[in-house]
Design a protein around this ligand. Sequence first.
Ligand code: CTP
Length: 420
Amino acid sequence: MDKDLGSPRVVVGVTGGIAAYKVATLVRLLVKAGIDVTVIPTPQSLSLVGRTTWEALTGHPALTEVTDDAAGVAHVRIGTHADLVILAPATANTLAKMRLGIADNLLTNTLLVAQCPVLVAPAMHTQMWENPATRDNVETLRGRGIHVMEPDSGRLTGEDSGKGRMPEPEDIAEQAFALLGMRSDLAGTRVAISAGGTREALDPVRFLGNRSSGRFGIEIAKKLLARGAEVRLVAANVETALLEQVRGARIERLSSTAQLHEAMDAAAREADVVIMSAAVADFRPKDVASSKQKKDGSASRILELVENPDILADLGHHRRRENQLIIGFAAETGDERGSVVDYGRRKAQRKGTDLTVVNEVGDATGFGDVSTAITVLDSHGQTVAQASGTKAQMANVIVDAIAERIYAAGGEGSARDYTR
Ligand code: CTP
């Protein structure tokens, strides 16, 4: 899987076991980690958990038959595009079909087509699990490289108990993350991140703004989610299509600098890490007209501006929580008085950040453009990372630098001190 091509895609195949209801929790955990999940229920399983549940949780149709979405060739498309297929709960019946290559519904078709790893979470009565037929099927499937988890022991569907319970959703999710190459080293870390660019109204239809698309912040949010962080994304004028890529984050949409300041102030009070990746308008019009301004015949107009507060400097110098890690950006072009990194260093000191991501911007680089070069500085202006490439690759470098700082500060059992 190339993680930089977007969110990992996972197919969750649900078969007709009573544990199907627990798979709703599994799907939520996957979605929360930024994974693009599609559920394929078997027709029998729909009497246990309905299609609507799966569609609402994933945002994708939950198809069951080979003939569903024939025009889109769903029975081939879904399996070939998947990075991982999870079968949960997997009944003895479906395990037997898998072994034989029977393709009698969309799920079993998808299993035949999939080239990616397959993770199986069995759920059945102890006798069925221990039956020589099932043992033989499981051995054969494992021999083919299918990851068949051991069922848990405990209370089964009826009065009986024994081995055969579906593994807990959290355990299945953990295995899935491992198979997808996702780390969960930021699990429990709460991050507030701003993205996009603020706009300052001139009148009801016009504004002063900038060309920031928000893509960099979105890429960083995706990487954070993939590593288990809890992400609150404060999005200033970011296109809906981009925001839809960030599954699992709490998203707040707003427009002006004043709104962004208020939202980041609130978010920072509950965050371990604060990232200001939004391009903030430094000035706003002194007066905002309440009706659309007309051409009044004069050849020119003077626009009076007032300076906006510096949100990052406020968050950096007046920490909302102890031991909070503050990350700022410095978009620079450099000039005869200093290089891109010189200016970044001065900005880091002025704003009181723990890490500063300096990136070069100009007509052809930085904004919206896919490729970028960054230097990450610490609070002393020392370079801790330097790299260039796509924004998705740079997002990885930044998240690595954040994780490193968190781990350097957080010894086992000790209070974390992210700052230095
Ligand atoms: N920033 C902010 N509030 C502002 C201006 C900028 O929080 N009013 C934050 C940005 O989100 C970014 C960092 O400060 O993380 C640097 O932004 P940048 O536009 O590079 O710097 P400015 O402070 O605007 O400085 P200058 O325009 O003089 O380069």
